[in-house]
Design a protein around this ligand. Structure first.
Ligand code: MF3
Ligand code: CO
Ligand code: CO
Length: 253
C-alpha cells in the first residue's frame, strides 16, 4: 500500500514555515556567491557553515548517501548535481541551487536557477518560463482542486513556450520526512488525481528542458542530465494547502 498523505496541524505548519523561511534566507545568501570563478564546493561549504550557524542541519548530507549539503545543477544538469571543487562557474552558465535545511525536525525545501553573468537569449527565456511554471503550478492549488491540475497548468505553459517537462523527478510531500506522499508530477491532466485538502504540505519543483524531457543519470548515481545535452532549469517552493487557498512556506520573510 502506498504511504498515507499526512494532514499537518497548525502547530506543524508553523514549524514548516520556520524551516521554510530559513531555507529561503539561505538561498538568498548563497545567491550572492554566484559569480564567474566560484566553485560549487565553495557554495556548498558556505551553505553548510550558514546552516549550522542558524541551528539547523542540511537534509541532503548523507541522505541515501548523497555526499554534500546542497545540490548544484549547472546547464544541462536537471537536478541532484554534486558540488565539486573542480566545477567552476563561468560567464553564461545557469545554475540551480537547491537547499533543504532541517530546523527543529522540519524540512524547508526550495531552489532557484541563477544566471552567471549574462545569459544567452534561450537560457533567459527557459529560466523565466520555468519560474512562471512554478507560479502557475502554485496558483492551481486550493482545496477541492486535484493534483493533476498542478501538472496540467505547468505542462501547458512550458509546452506552449516550446519547452518540455521532466517526467522522472516530481514534487513530494514533506514534513519531518524529506520525501513522502503525495507525488506531484509537473505534467498531467486537469481534473485527475487526488483531491487537495487543507493541511497537505508538499513541494512543487518543475524541471523544464530546452529540448527533450528525457533524463539520464550519470555514473555517480545522482547527477541527472538531459539526454540531448540541452539546458534544463528548475524552481522549487514548499507549500501548504490552506482552508481556502495556498501558502508558500519558503519565503524569506
Ligand atoms: N532537494 C531535492 C528535492 O527537491 C532533493 C535532494 S536529495 C539529495 O527534492 F540527496 F540529492 F540531496
Ligand atoms: Co529541493
Ligand atoms: Co523537493
Amino acid at each position: 500500500m502506498a504511504e498515507q498523505i499526512c494532514l499537518l496541524s497548525r502547530r506543524e505548519i508553523d514549524k514548516m514555515r520556520q524551516a521554510g523561511r530559513l531555507a529561503a534566507q539561505l538561498l538568498d545568501h548563497l545567491a550572492t556567491m554566484v559569480k564567474p570563478g566560484v566553485s560549487t564546493l565553495e557554495i556548498n561549504d558556505e551553505a553548510e557553515r550558514w546552516t549550522q550557524a542558524h541551528g539547523a542541519k542540511s537534509a541532503p548530507l548523507g541522505y541515501h548517501n548523497f555526499p554534500k549539503s546542497i545540490c548544484t545543477s549547472i546547464n544541462e544538469v536537471i537536478c541532484h548535481g554534486i558540488p565539486n571543487a573542480k566545477q567552476i562557474l563561468k560567464e553564461g552558465d545557469i545554475i540551480n541551487i537547491d537547499v533543504t535545511p532541517i530546523l527543529d525536525g522540519y524540512h524547508g525545501d526550495t531552489s532557484k536557477t541563477f544566471f552567471v553573468g549574462n545569459p544567452s537569449p534561450t537560457a533567459k527565456k527557459l529560466v523565466e518560463v520555468t519560474e512562471e511554471c512554478l507560479r502557475r503550478g502554485i496558483a492551481a492549488v486550493k482545496p477541492g482542486n486535484r493534483i493533476g491540475d498542478i501538472g496540467a497548468a505547468i505542462q501547458e505553459y512550458a509546452e506552449a513556450n516550446g519547452f518540455s517537462v521532466v517526467r522522472d523527478f516530481v514534487g513530494h510531500g514533506i514534513s519531518h520526512i524529506f520525501h513522502t506522499a503525495p507525488q506531484i508530477p509537473h505534467y498531467g491532466t486537469k481534473g485527475k488525481g487526488k483531491r487537495l485538502k487543507p493541511g497537505m504540505v508538499f513541494t512543487i519543483e518543475p524541471m523544464i528542458n530546452e529540448g527533450t524531457w528525457e533524463a539520464v543519470v550519470l555514473e555517480d548515481g545522482w547527477t541527472a542530465v538531459t539526454k540531448d545535452g540541452k539546458l534544463s532549469a528548475q524552481f522549487e517552493h514548499t507549500i501548504a494547502v490552506t482552508k481556502d487557498s495556498v501558502e508558500i512556506l519558503t519565503l524569506p520573510d
